[in-house]
Design a protein around this ligand. Sequence first.
Ligand code: NI
Length: 207
Amino acid sequence: MIDPFLDKNPLAPIKSKDLKNIELILITHAHSDHLGDAVEIAKRNNATIVAIYELATYLNRTYGVKTFGMNIGGYYNFNDVKVWMFNAIHSSSIIEKEEIIYAGNPVSYVLEIENKKVFHAGDTGLFKDMELIPKIVGNIDVAILPIGGIFTMDINQARIALEMLKPKIFIPMHYNTFDLIKIDKKELEKVKEAKTIILSPGEEFEL
Ligand code: NI
């Protein structure tokens, strides 16, 4: 799973304690709406948290959870899934009381499972190096991109990202969770760069 923000997420239909048999938890960056319940889920399921090296080290030392630190450009085979770590243009820190803890760079991921590739952008603005990602990993089947604006790119920028990533399917994320990132869903109808699949919280899509 990626960025399990459940217990404090007003839209999440399930809670972290409902999850079973989780083996791998990928974290794009340390903001509380992404790191979310990762530590709790990792402890409960004896799962491994994958994150950029600094964040992985912090979580391992602070909470004693199993972690696997990577860095940008790296990839690793976890049993039947190949995980690539790429760039994201954002920030990443843990905010505790009066302290802001450095948590390494924010990242995006490509997951390759049975020859299918899914790009999860994490929180990011638009950046031109996205065009390199399919050159490195090959054709992308699904791109999951943020569209809520304010903290990430909006729909128009996501469309430019789709031109570079060239996925078959686009799944928008990071919108409507809070008032600040509410979107006009009509904007999504304009997306012609890839087939758009809009998922409601709790809904599934099988590739
Ligand atoms: Ni963020």
